[in-house]
Ligand binder design. Structure first.
Ligand code: CBY
Length: 434
């Protein structure tokens, strides 16, 4: 009898011992979930130029239980075929994201997936990143965002990696966390998720070097501080596009900051306002923000836990997203200045484009008018076209060079395919190092 009286007390005690993490996750309320529908709609209905570019969206949709069972089965089966057929040409981070997406949860009766084979291939790509760092002045084949995704996927799917090496690479003082002198919140956030997974995995293991754990703890704390130092007045972490993953990093690290350093609700509410203004029209942008708003993180990926399915039906169709409006009158022309800047040389042109054009349209018009000075090449990425070369001068990860986009002297937060230009803008592509 006495024991049964003590049970509620014990329950209360246990409840009060639940780690703070529970309170830090400020998931969108049931009533506000409708505000997330445009994100899900965008991810499901986008035309991915390459199917591998859907990895981030698939991961996000599966993690958040936003698909119904038949959609999940259809999309996952198509995706596994893509991964198998394109694997040799995938970058390490693309393969890591693909593994996370396929293994986000377990579908009943789904196609069987040979994870150990995929993880072995990822291990090889990870090694190639490290070899490149050894041969090219510490520069990976891709970047630290992808290296962190690799470690995260290897960790979650029991791949091979050395904890000492991970701790050495992910030292926050490493130059690869910075682009043009600015700390990359996106990169720091994925590194925190990777470090947290690696640390969680060491629990209960005996032959772990204490020094490695100490380094991982210190590095996580320092990265969290760096992320929080990029908090803006309205609560964003870095910019609108890094906020989702930064929120995930903060969710999994409740012991590394205190309540007055971050008000999760403020960040969430700013993001909700931005959704209603159409900031997440790009499927990858939508994919990177949704998990945090649903209280999920990439650490929730678990190939052995059953998938949760939605009863909402978002039809997979070719239908345009609801937000786009077709103007009734033909759009007017606007004039903008466009320059290619290489060191002290500036090649300038004034071009006329239709109102509503993006940076890329300006570059195309300039190229048409003067191909010698303004010719350029692009590569399709999950964020749209990436400018790889201008005047035949090519960006290089080994040299940390790239073509930087600027408007009116400011570094742009959007790519060439999404930044909408305004009349009189001073647009520049600048040969830069990062
Ligand atoms: N994904 C990756 O490998 C990309 C990682 C990432 C950190 C990414 C941002 C973050 C994310 N959340 O996905 C990243 N960018 C990197 C690593 C890079 C470098 C690419 C070369 C390399 N080492 O791999 C580099 C050169 C520093 C870079 N990004 C350049 C640019 C500019 C592109 C200009 C061009 N030549 O086309 C640009 C436009 C900045 C500028 N003003 O020049 C740029 N990036 C932007 C704006 C962005 C954001 C895109 C936002 C948007 N709405 O389009 C970004 C989300 C992202 C993609 N870059 Co980079 C960062 C942000 O603003 N939060 C893994 C893979 C599997 O998909």
């Amino acid at each position: 009898m006495r024991q049964s009286h003590q049970l509620p007390l014990l329950g209360l005690l246990l409840f009060s011992l639940i780690p703070r993490q529970q309170c830090e996750i400020c998931e969108v309320s049931k009533e506000n979930k409708a505000a997330l529908k445009p994100l899900i709609h965008t991810m499901i209905n986008s035309n991915y130029t390459k199917r591998i570019h859907a990895a981030n969206a698939l991961l996000s949709l599966r993690l958040c239980g936003s698909l119904n069972q038949s959609q999940d089965q259809h999309l996952t089966e198509q995706f596994i075929l893509t991964v198998n057929s394109t694997e040799p040409s995938l970058t390490s981070g693309q393969l890591a994201l693909a593994i996370l997406a396929l293994g986000a949860c377990k579908a009943p009766g789904g196609m069987s997936i040979n994870y150990s084979e995929l993880v072995k291939r990822l291990g090889n790509k990870y090694k190639a990143e490290i070899r490149n760092m050894e041969d090219h002045n510490g520069n990976p084949l891709t970047n630290y965002y992808q290296l962190s995704l690799d470690i995260l996927a290897l960790c979650l799917f029991s791949g091979n990696y050395s904890i000492t090496e991970v701790a050495k690479f992910l030292n926050p003082e490493n130059k690869n966390y910075h682009f043009h002198g600015q700390f990359s919140v996106d990169t720091g956030a994925i590194a925190v998720l990777a470090l947290t997974c690696v640390k969680n995995k060491t629990r209960g293991q005996k032959q772990i070097d204490r020094k490695d754990i100490e380094n991982i703890n210190n590095y996580t704390e320092s990265l969290i501080n760096k992320i929080l130092s990029q908090k803006t007045e309205n609560g964003l972490l870095g910019n609108i596009y890094s906020t989702g993953e930064a929120m995930q990093a903060l969710f999994v690290s409740p012991n590394y900051y205190n309540e007055n350093q971050w008000v999760c609700e403020k960040t969430r509410d700013t993001v909700l306002t931005e959704i209603s203004q159409g900031a997440f029209r790009m499927p990858t942008a939508a994919a990177q923000i949704l998990p945090a708003l649903m209280g999920k993180t990439y650490l929730d990926v678990n190939k052995d836990s059953s998938c949760v399915y939605s009863s909402d039906s978002f039809h997979t169709s070719t239908q345009e997203p609801i937000i786009s409006v077709t103007p009734a009158v033909s759009p007017s022309q606007i004039q903008v200045n466009y320059s290619v800047v290489i060191d002290n040389r500036k090649d300038r042109i004034v071009v006329s484009v239709t109102d509503g054009s993006v940076f890329l349209n300006v570059m195309e018009q300039a190229q048409k008018e003067n191909p010698t000075l303004f010719r350029f090449e692009t590569k399709e990425t999950t964020w749209g076209p990436y400018i790889i070369s201008v005047q035949g001068i090519k960006a290089s990860t080994n040299d940390r060079t790239y073509w930087e986009l600027q408007s009116n002297g400011e570094h742009l937060n959007q790519g060439a395919g999404s930044y909408v230009v305004h009349a009189g803008d001073d647009l520049e592509v600048r040969w830069s190092t990062y």
